[in-house]
Design a protein around this ligand. Structure first.
Ligand SMILES: [Zn+2]
Length: 197
């Protein structure tokens, strides 16, 4: 529709999740009329996130060092682990202020239709972390949808022989939904009311 650089920008923006053609066009023209300093800052932020951010070698949350902020925090309990699908779920749970333990980010959920099995998730790494026996409770906070439930069931069976207390977030979360979209109060309550599985 447009020529050259502006169309390139619209095309790139349009490839982002949740950005339709109209939004892509609106953002592109906003960038065009914005202060060059602001645009430079945006470009640098995009570059820096790829250069600096990596995954925590222990829990696989996003990190800017070998270990993430949560793994480095000595005040957090090593006796409770919360297993989530994605780093954005860590943020959602941190917002509730209900959890003071450690996390383990699986990197997705079991989804046979998309060819994602247990071996594609960081389950082996979780088992290695649990092997020292320090963790007493494992909270399965995978999404309340089919894939999340399947993953929680798989993990519950897997860790059962280890004698851990395994819990799942209470109902009240929107079924079929995504953990990150639950509001803080609902997610906080689901945390408090977690039940043994
Ligand atoms: Zn970590």
């Amino acid at each position: 529709m447009y020529e050259g650089a502006i169309q390139d920008l619209i095309d790139e923006l349009g490839r982002l999740p949740g950005v339709g053609p109209k939004s892509a066009q609106r953002i592109a023209f906003h960038v065009l009329s914005a202060d060059p300093v602001d645009v430079k800052r945006l470009a640098q932020a995009l570059q820096r996130v790829k250069e600096l951010v990596r995954f925590c070698t222990r829990c696989f949350n996003v990190a800017e060092a070998e270990l993430c902020r949560i793994c480095r925090d000595p005040r957090r309990s090593d006796e409770v682990f919360c297993v989530v699908e994605e780093p954005k779920d860590v943020v959602a749970i941190e917002r509730t202020g209900e959890f003071r333990g450690r996390y383990h980010v699986l990197g997705g959920a079991i989804n046979p239709l998309e060819g994602i099995g247990p071996d594609n998730l960081r389950i082996r790494e979780l088992m290695t972390r649990l092997a020292d026996g320090a963790c007493k409770e494992l909270i399965l906070a995978t999404d309340p949808n089919t894939e999340g439930e399947a993953t929680a069931t798989y993990l519950a069976l897997l860790v059962k022989p280890m004698g851990l207390n395994v819990t799942r977030l209470a109902s009240g979360l929107p079924v079929g939904g995504d953990l990150e979209y639950a509001d803080e109060i609902t997610l906080g309550r689901a945390f408090e009311g977690r039940r043994a599985v």
